[in-house]
Design a protein around this ligand. Structure first.
Ligand SMILES: Cc1cc2nc3c(=O)[nH]c(=O)nc-3n(C[C@H](O)[C@H](O)[C@H](O)COP(=O)(O)O)c2cc1C
Length: 222
């Protein structure tokens, strides 16, 4: 069954130097362009900061902006029709802070509360072939466990053909160079906005499926 309503989209990001945050903002803008109500949210950064260069100017600027974002909660996931989360690549996988948030909302998994919602992912890597797509895949797996509908970016987006850095059919991404100097380019931002718009559009049309707790209650009654 389909419906037509304004969708709610939660964009959840971890970022140190600001490049994943730039993608998150482009995703949020794309979703808002489609009329969605958007929450742009952060997770807690609790890992030791020995892994990043805290002297870098882009780190200092990004952290100020990052910590001004509201902290994501389980409520933000329940409220959302579409959930888009992303982190920098860490050893070819998602980051520990985002993973910790995903573990924290495990009660939603037990309740089946996210079944039928739409999900999509994004990341930023230093290198071109050092985990960009693998991180996108790792970010998708929890969505599949939650019973969600995972979206990528279709090749009808011309920037997906033009890009010489990040951006994939599997999600939005940036390739920043190991010293960060490549930054995020226009194609990567365009692909990110398209992903946000697509999640907003599709999630506004899908009727929510019953949570598994409701299914369990119904079968207990039968
Ligand atoms: C501990 C650590 C591990 C990393 N692992 C990878 C990696 O496996 N592959 C890669 O391309 N970049 C890796 N990077 C680089 C970051 O993913 C890259 O700088 C990213 O663009 C940063 O995103 P941000 O600007 O949102 O913080 C790593 C960085 C750190 C600090």
């Amino acid at each position: 069954m389909t419906r037509e309503k304004k969708s709610n989209v939660s964009v959840i990001v971890d970022s140190r130097y600001g490049t994943t945050l730039s993608l998150a903002k482009a995703i949020a803008e794309g979703a808002a362009r489609e009329g969605a109500e958007v929450r742009l949210l952060r997770v807690d950064i609790e890992e030791p900061e020995f892994s990043v260069d805290t002297e870098r100017a882009d780190f200092v600027a990004a952290q100020q902006e990052y910590h001004n974002l509201p902290r994501a909660s389980a409520d933000d996931l329940q409220w959302a029709d579409g959930i888009i989360w992303g982190s920098p690549t860490r050893y070819g996988l998602m980051s520990t802070p985002l993973r910790a948030f995903i573990d924290e909302v495990a009660p939603l998994w037990r309740a089946g509360a996210l079944i039928g919602k739409v999900g999509a992912v994004f990341t930023s890597t230093g290198g071109m072939h050092s985990g960009n797509e693998m991180t996108l895949m790792s970010l998708m797996m929890p969505f599949m466990q939650h019973g969600m509908i995972v979206l990528g970016v279709p090749h009808s987006e011309p920037a997906l053909i033009k890009t010489r850095k990040g951006g994939a059919p599997y999600g939005a991404s940036a390739v920043t160079g190991f010293d960060g100097t490549l930054g995020v380019d226009e194609n990567e931002l365009t692909i990110a906005a398209t992903l946000g718009a697509r999640v907003a559009r599709v999630s506004s049309q899908i009727e929510a499926e019953p949570a598994s707790v409701d299914v369990a209650a119904a079968s207990a009654k039968a």
